[in-house]
Write a protein that binds this ligand. Structure first.
Ligand code: 1HE
Length: 265
């Protein structure tokens, strides 16, 4: 860790469990509303993870993942320039999550609302339990998405659903959110954290170069002009295949030492 880094804020805890880091937002009395210190702390915690950590789980203490932007920090004497700087700070923090060193698995319960939904959208795999509900009440508050949500959330669920949610206050239940693409898994109440942790442990066992490509190449090739994207994919594939780890893993499979792909139960 950089010795000049400020300490992890009291609203966040980081625990290392083998090769997985568990990040917990700890403001249950405010439904894990995100103040600036917590947002910056999240990014810093992921940037400063110890070397052996290969994946992370992000969840909220209490019943709710996050009620979004801490509305008590809105307004006051701030002007338009302050608003832009604030949004750009969230952008940097959430980019550090999306394009960080490790895949992040979000365990979603209760409110996944506003900036909380934007935060979840910056993670890689979202596991919701049936208590989770997704909303974008910015329209009702007179504000707008500011944490990259206007970029990431339409890519998950489409512009039309985001417009519906923001114009009408529509709230998605967990299963609707999964069907729309806002989360990849829905589990029984209370099971989101354990499921996210189990998935993170699996991802942590992948070859690091493959995980690097999944996090840093895939989102870019998916958005890029196909000509550039195919070339980039070929380069990434060649780099991954050329690693000693890939050669060893392929040999393990051919020698019947590696697990086969299993049918879903
Ligand atoms: C908060 C916040 C918050 C709760 N900022 N203090 N986000 C919202 O518009 C969502 C606002 N929150 C809610 O709709 C509800 O609080 C919940 C549905 C999430 C939870 O309801 P409930 O009944 O469990 O809790 P509560 O009684 O509403 O809240 C408990 C306390 O947390 C209460 O404070 P207290 O002093 O009366 O105890 C609430 O005021 C406080 N609280 N949510 C500040 N968000 C980068 S741009 C992003 C733009 C956005 O995120 S806009 C969406 C903001």
């Amino acid at each position: 860790m950089d010795p000049r880094s400020p300490p992890t804020p009291s609203t966040l805890s980081v625990a290392i469990d083998g090769d997985v880091a568990v990040l917990t937002i700890r403001r249950p009395e405010k439904r894990n509303a995100l103040d600036d210190t917590t947002v910056k702390g999240l990014a810093r915690a992921l940037e400063d993870l110890p070397d052996g950590v290969r994946a992370a789980v992000l969840h909220g203490e209490g019943e709710h993942f996050s009620a979004g932007l801490d509305l008590s920090e809105v307004g006051g004497d701030s002007d338009v320039a302050d608003g832009i700087a604030h949004s750009r700070m969230w952008h940097r923090a959430f980019e550090a999550i999306q394009f960080g060193r490790v895949p992040v698995f979000a365990a979603l319960t209760g409110a996944v609302v506003g900036g909380g939904f934007e935060l979840a959208a910056a993670t890689h795999v979202r596991v919701a339990d049936r208590t989770a509900f997704f909303a974008l009440p910015e329209g009702q508050r007179g504000i707008f998405l500011g944490g990259g949500g206007s970029v990431r959330i339409p890519r998950l669920v489409g512009v039309a659903l985001v417009q519906d949610m923001m114009l009408t206050g529509r709230v998605l239940a967990a299963e609707e959110a999964r069907a729309a693409g806002a989360c990849q898994y829905v589990v029984e109440p209370g099971a989101a954290f354990d499921t996210a942790l189990a998935l993170a442990r699996k991802a942590a066992k992948n070859a690091p170069m493959t995980n690097f490509a999944i996090l840093h190449v895939l989102p870019r090739t998916a958005e890029a002009d196909p000509g550039i994207a195919y070339l980039t994919e070929a380069l990434a594939a060649a780099i991954a295949q050329g690693t000693p780890e890939a050669k060893a893993r392929v040999q393990d499979f051919l020698a019947k030492r590696a697990a086969k792909v299993a049918r879903p139960q």
